[in-house]
Structure formats: structure tokens, C-alpha cells
Design a protein around this ligand. Structure first.
Ligand SMILES: NC(=O)c1ccc[n+]([C@@H]2O[C@H](COP(=O)([O-])OP(=O)(O)OC[C@H]3O[C@@H](n4cnc5c(N)ncnc54)[C@H](O)[C@@H]3O)[C@@H](O)[C@H]2O)c1
Ligand SMILES: [Zn+2]
Length: 448
């Protein structure tokens, strides 16, 4: 919708290669008259309209109502709003929010609730979460506990959610609550989207990955043996409740893998966030609440702004997939669950940065800083040993960014914080990049 509005009012958005606004647009720190890169043409010019509109969306994104009074000794909660007209919703970020059932209760539409979680999270949080909801009134609450793991993110396992909902005679006013990481969130959202053509849905993310990325924006779905997240729907939740206290039980490796997606926001939009990460990544790994709050808040605000512009990924939203086409190939080739999603994306982002450098689109410094930061975040910066060129090509060819048989990639172009989604590149450079990383030869990225 925004794309159409823009192109009719600005006459500058016709190029097929869609660039993204530089950080000035999303940081909201520049004046509306500051020249910036147009979302659609990359021409640097002063687009008052574009700039003002993005600033408006950004302002709405951070100015939603505050939740109930915080528990003493906890950080004041923050709320980021995802502005999607009558489907807008708040993201609550804070400590000790999970048992603050009032927040959830105010977003439940009917009286029936189905809490979906997995066998790891259930013993930690399910009982107290359900008790809290019960204290809020006459809800009929059912639960379903799925097996844990990316390898279970399948239609077969999802069937258990629908089985439980039908056995419990839940109607379409029921609210499905996803209590867990990205896997539970993606599956529950899709289950809700398809249940009687659309039940309500709430996200309660419990991993960094889910808090900064997967719970926001309404992408839901499951994997297919031939490709990751290939079966799914866009379906927005009623609200997102991110309680950072749940991160205390998150294993170190899971916590670190979520940082990859925060690095992604820095690379594609926000050089200040990238630099902040360079200064604070150790605090995130040490689970410092204040640092974690900042990283989640900023990531959600960036994602909310992008989703508000392009909910169904017709343009700018695709940049959120930086590193994902390479990363999905790694995940699929290894077998789902062997490498964590964030780990595969980390190696994928390094490949995308390296390819961008080979194309002459970015300075080598950006590759070096990316590798250094991801290494400090304890993420892999090369694909797994033994992965072949054929595997990359096979799995990349079923990626959702293939359009009319042509592979489109998210690549970096220009200063830090600028990216493009394009199929317009020399395919030999892609081959060279894959060949270099598969051979684990003296990589350009390592040498800088
Ligand atoms: N929908 C989107 O826009 C989007 C965006 C990014 C990622 N994703 C998807 O998200 C998934 C990855 O999400 P993830 O990294 O959260 O993985 P995950 O859901 O598998 O969770 C990681 C592990 O941590 C456990 N866990 C979760 N919360 C915990 C807690 N608080 N304490 C202890 N253990 C806990 C889980 O049981 C699991 O074993 C992938 O399937 C990816 O495709 C979706
Ligand atoms: Zn991702």
C-alpha cells in the first residue's frame, strides 16, 4: 500500500531493484528535509513525503500505551506498536511480564484459550502461566505440548494443535497462545490462521530470536522437506509479550544465535545499532538486562517500522532476509535442527557481505566488522565443512526469493546500513562466493 502511495506521489520508485531507506529514515533522527536514499530508487534526494511518513510510523511504533505497573526492582517495561490499521498490535517488552496475566487477558477476545508450547518450556513456565490466566476470570484454558526442535516444525506435528482444538470444541473466537521460541511461535500462528479460517493468536516469545524477530510481523508456518518455512501464512497476533526473565533459562548457544538477527538489523538499516553491538555484545552474552532491553526494543522498533511499510514482503521487508537464502540452504542441507537458525544466518550474512564486496558494492571494512562482530557473538562465519556447491545451489533454488526462475538475493550496497534485494548481479560472482566458502579457502573476508 505504501509502495503504491509512494510511487504515485513521487515518481521515483519505478526501478525493479528496490533499495531500502538508509538509517536516517528509520532512526527518526534526521529532519524530514534531509536528503536520504529513496526506498525504491536509491537516488539520494530529499523526499519530504517519504521521510515524514516513515517518521510518523516510527513515532506510532514507540508510542503505545504502557502496561500495568512494573514489579519493584524490574526495568520499566516498554511498548512498541506495530501499525497495521485495524490489525495494529502492541509488543510489550519487560521483566516479570509473564505472570502479569492482566496484559494477556486484555487481548483475549473470546473465553477459550489454547496455550501451545513444547516439552522443554512446559516444565519451566506453563503451570504458572496458566494459573495466572485462570486468575483473570472465566477462561476455558487448554494446553498442548509439542515435541521440541526445528525438525518437528512440520505439518504432521502441527496436526496435534488442530486435534487438541477440535477435541476441546474450540470455536473460531478462541485465542491460540504461543509460549516458546520461534518454532512454537511460527507453528502456533499458522495453526491459528488456518483453524476454522482464523482463530485469534498471541505471541509470548521466550528466546532472543523470537523476541527480536519471529514473534513480530505475522510470518507463520512450517518447514517442508524441500524447503524451510515453505508452507505458511501471513497472520498477525493480537499482541506480543516479551518477558526478558524467561531468557534466564535459555541455553547460551540459543541466546547467542538470536544475536545474529540483531546484527542483521544493524547491517541492513542501522549503523548506530551495529556500532552499539560492537560496544555491547559482551553484555548481551552476559544477559545484562539493560543492554538486552535496548537490543530487543530497537530491533522490534525497526521490524515494526518495516512491517508497517510492507506487511506482505512486496519490497522493503525482503531485506530482513539478509543472509537467509544462504542460511536456509545450510539449515536444509545439514538437516533441520543441526545448526541453529541464527547460526546459519550468521554464516549466510558473511557470505552475502563477501559477495557484495566481490561485486564492488561495499568497502572491505564492512565485511571485516561483520566477521569480527559475529565471531564475538560466538557465531560461525563460514558454512559447515563438507557442504557442497550442489547443495547450496539446490536449496537456494527453492528459496522464496526466487521469482520467475531468477534467484534474488539480499545484498549490501553502499555505506553500512544499506541493502538491496536484487536478481541483478553477475552470477559468476555468486558461484565464486559459494566456491570459496565451500572450499574454506583463504576467504576474502578472513584475509581483511
Ligand atoms: N516468523 C518469522 O518472521 C521468523 C523470523 C526468524 C526466525 N523464525 C523461525 O524461528 C525459528 C527459530 O527460533 P528460535 O531460535 O527461537 O528456536 P526454537 O524455538 O527452536 O527455540 C530454541 C530452543 O530453546 C528452547 N527454549 C525456548 N525458550 C526457552 C527458555 N526461555 N528457556 C529454556 N529453553 C528455551 C526451545 O525449546 C528450543 O529447544 C526458526 O524456525 C525460524 O525459521 C521465524
Ligand atoms: Zn531469521
Amino acid at each position: 500500500m505504501f509502495a503504491a502511495e509512494l510511487s504515485s506521489s513521487l515518481n521515483c520508485c519505478a526501478t525493479p531493484e528496490r533499495a531500502v531507506p538508509n538509517v536516517a529514515c528509520f532512526s527518526g533522527r534526521t529532519s524530514p528535509h534531509t536528503p536520504h536514499t529513496c526506498i525504491f530508487s536509491r537516488a539520494s534526494r530529499s523526499h519530504k513525503y517519504c521521510s515524514r511518513r516513515i517518521q510518523k510510523i516510527q513515532a506510532r511504533a514507540v508510542a503505545a500505551e504502557a502496561p500495568a505497573v512494573p514489579k519493584p526492582g524490574t526495568l520499566p517495561p516498554r511498548v512498541v506498536n506495530v501499525s497495521l490499521g485495524d490489525r495494529s498490535y502492541p509488543i510489550y517488552i519487560g521483566e516479570a511480564l509473564l505472570n502479569n496475566s492482566e496484559i494477556i487477558a486484555q487481548h483475549v477476545r473470546g473465553s477459550q484459550i489454547l496455550v501451545v508450547t513444547n516439552e522443554t518450556i512446559a516444565p519451566l513456565y506453563l503451570d504458572s502461566f496458566v494459573k495466572g490466566l485462570q486468575s483473570q476470570g472465566a477462561f476455558h484454558i487448554e494446553t498442548v505440548i509439542l515435541p521440541d526442535g526445528e525438525e518437528h516444525k512440520s505439518l504432521q506435528v502441527l496436526q496435534q494443535v488442530w486435534d487438541k482444538a477440535l477435541e476441546s470444541r474450540l470455536d473460531r473466537k478462541a485465542t491460540f497462545v504461543a509460549l516458546g521460541g520461534g518454532v512454537v511461535g511460527d507453528m502456533t500462528g499458522f495453526a491459528a490462521a488456518a483453524y476454522q479460517r482464523g482463530a485469534f493468536f498471541i505471541q509470548v516469545p521466550t528466546t532472543v530470536m523470537a523476541m527480536v524477530d519471529s514473534s513480530v510481523g505475522g510470518k507463520t508456518g512450517v518447514n517442508h522437506p524441500l524447503g524451510k518455512n515453505m508452507i505458511g501464512a501471513f497472520y498477525q497476533p493480537q499482541c506480543v509479550l516479551a518477558d526478558m526473565e524467561t531468557l534466564k533459562s535459555l541455553p547460551d548457544r540459543e541466546l547467542a544465535s538470536g544475536i545474529s538477527e540483531i546484527v542483521k538489523y544493524g547491517l541492513i538499516y542501522d549503523p548506530e545499532l551495529f556500532q552499539w553491538l560492537e560496544d555491547n555484545v559482551d553484555k548481551l552474552l552476559a544477559r545484562d538486562s539493560k543492554a538486552m532491553m535496548h537490543a530487543i526494543d530497537r530491533s522490534c522498533a525497526i521490524k515494526a517500522g518495516i512491517v508497517a511499510l510492507d506487511e506482505r514482503e512486496g519490497g522493503v521487508r525482503a531485506t530482513l532476509n539478509l543472509g537467509h537464502t544462504f542460511g536456509h540452504a545450510i539449515e536444509a542441507a545439514q538437516g533441520y535442527g543441526v545448526w541453529l537458525h541464527g547460526e546459519a544466518v550468521a554464516a549466510g550474512m558473511v557470505m552475502a557481505a563477501d559477495m557484495s564486496f566481490r561485486l564492488g558494492w561495499i568497502e572491505p571494512e564492512i565485511c571485516k566488522r561483520t566477521v569480527d562482530l559475529l565471531k564475538r557473538a560466538k557465531q560461525p562465519v563460514t558454512p559447515p565443512k563438507g557442504m557442497t556447491t550442489e547443495q547450496f545451489k539446490t536449496f537456494m533454488s527453492v528459496d522464496k526469493k526466487v521469482q520467475d526462475g531468477k534467484l534474488r538475493l539480499v545484498l549490501l550496497k553502499g555505506p553500512l546500513g544499506s541493502s538491496v534485494v536484487t536478481g541483478n548481479f553477475d552470477s559468476k560472482i555468486l558461484d565464486d562466493t559459494i566456491a570459496a566458502f565451500v572450499a574454506h579457502e583463504d576467504l576474502l573476508v578472513e584475509g581483511r
